[in-house]
Design a binder for this molecule. Structure first.
Ligand code: FES
Length: 326
């Protein structure tokens, strides 16, 4: 078996969202709350790939994606740890107001930040609440006896899951609290890595950019660099434009305060979607013509430059019209 966990074949077939009950909550540190969820019907939960997330419905039509931090194989619960974002869309504040016994709806786990099973060594870098998918990677690395090391950067007093990481990692964990400490460790760590090492970074976009840039400068190929940003909700607002859907023969007007995804769904055309934050990749659609204002964090720079795909939950036309493969 590879390190990538498959959904248990014997699990009941569940394609819809999961109904979950809040079984426990804990304040891990200031503004970061852990919520433990158990299935409302007592059924088995799907296993998941390390680094997976679930999308929590916190209001009709509004979902936020949160990484799963607990055990991945045949879990009896899902755990998420959510930082209260006072400037966010309201989803994190809703999570912080949940009580034990509340029933909520979540998506099945989705993988967008999986470990590479045949990597010789894994360098896992977490910034702040970016520790959540890294913790999931660490559990799997320990379970499968993989070679790994962790760098965890956080402000004093904000180290969610620190004790757990110490237990799991021992000397493989390095904790830093300042940018100087971070680079004093990271520069030699990136320099000494051998062929077959993969680098995973989760944290603020600026941190990911800096780590990616440093690794690239030191000769790391792009296929060994993996990242998952944590950012406030991206605005999908902008200038109005028109979307022409070639397969359905529909033309959709997209208002200035409306996302392209909402406009398409409002026209009765189905588009799979999950995070609505430009992170999960679920809503990807093909583009036949028109310039795109890419705002997502999913497509690579090369894919954005190709201009033949976009994520309509956050990205928009850069001109008056975009022609879509829908
Ligand atoms: S719904 Fe997740 S990227 Fe659009």
């Amino acid at each position: 078996m590879t390190g990538v966990v498959e959904v248990a074949a014997a699990s009941p077939v569940r394609t819809a969202d999961l109904s979950m009950v809040v079984a426990d909550t804990a304040l891990l540190c200031q503004d970061i709350r852990q919520v433990v969820l158990k299935p409302a019907d007592g059924a088995r939960l799907p296993s998941f790939t390390p680094g997976s997330h679930i999308a929590v419905t916190w209001q009709a039509g509004h979902r936020n994606a949160y990484s799963l931090t607990g055990p991945a194989i045949e879990p009896d619960h899902y755990s998420i740890s959510v930082r209260r974002d006072r400037n966010g869309n309201g989803g994190s504040r809703w999570v912080h107001a949940l009580s034990v016994g509340d029933t909520i709806s979540v998506s099945r786990p989705r993988s967008a930040f999986a470990p590479v099973p045949n990597a010789r060594h894994h360098v896992l870098v977490a910034g702040g609440i970016g520790v959540t998918p890294i913790l999931s990677h660490v559990r799997a690395a320990v379970q499968w006896s993989r070679s790994f090391e962790v760098v965890y950067s956080f402000r004093a007093g904000f180290g969610a899951h620190y004790d757990e990481l110490v237990d799991l990692c021992g000397e493989r964990l390095t904790v830093v609290e300042t940018p100087d400490e971070f680079w004093a460790h990271m520069t030699p760590a990136l320099t000494r890595q051998t062929m077959g090492t993969h680098l995973y970074t989760c944290g603020p976009a600026a941190m990911i950019d800096a780590v990616t840039e440093a690794a690239t400068r030191l000769g790391w190929p792009a296929q060994r660099l993996h990242s998952e940003p944590f950012s406030s909700a991206v605005s999908a607002a902008g200038e109005p434009f028109t979307a022409r859907l070639t397969r359905t023969g529909t033309t959709v007007s997209v208002g200035g305060q409306q996302s392209l995804l909402d406009a398409i769904l409002g026209a009765g055309v189905a588009v799979p979607n999950l995070c609505r934050q430009g992170v999960c990749g679920e809503c990807r659609i093909g583009v036949h013509a028109g310039s795109i204002d890419h705002r997502d964090l999913f497509l690579t720079d090369e894919e954005k430059a190709d201009g033949d795909a976009m994520m309509p939950c956050v990205s928009r036309a850069a001109g008056a019209e975009v022609v879509l493969d829908l």
